[in-house]
Design a protein around this ligand. Sequence first.
Ligand code: HEC
Length: 103
Amino acid sequence: MILALTLIACGNGGGTDTSDTAHDHFDASTFFGDSCAGCHNADGSGGVDIGGTPSADLTTRVAAMTDDEIAAVLTDGKGNMPAQLSTDDEVEHMIEYLRETFP
Ligand code: HEC
């Protein structure tokens, strides 16, 4: 079991009150580790069997998709991937994080 965590410290200290309004305190890196990594692996390599469908390899898919396409997957889900995010702000931050992490 290798946890190849690529935690990029933002240096902003993060928010302590996550129950506050989502904007400004949404930490895409933490969210990725908590929610996306379980299906896509911490390094984004994917290939995890999710109900018979392999999760996408983010290291290649992200670069091949437009922001709109990624946003649609994040808010609507796709196939066996359930919707993950609901607000534009969260989606924006997550796309930014994905673009930086999987260029
Ligand atoms: C329950 C497991 C699961 C979780 C959680 C999950 N995904 Fe997925 N994801 C999948 C599966 C399965 C696919 C393949 C869907 C398909 O093509 O049918 C996928 C596909 C994708 C794709 C490619 C879609 C395409 O059109 O090729 C992206 C990008 C993606 N996921 C990003 C994320 C991000 C970012 C998160 C966290 C916010 C996340 N996923 C959370 C299972 C998951």
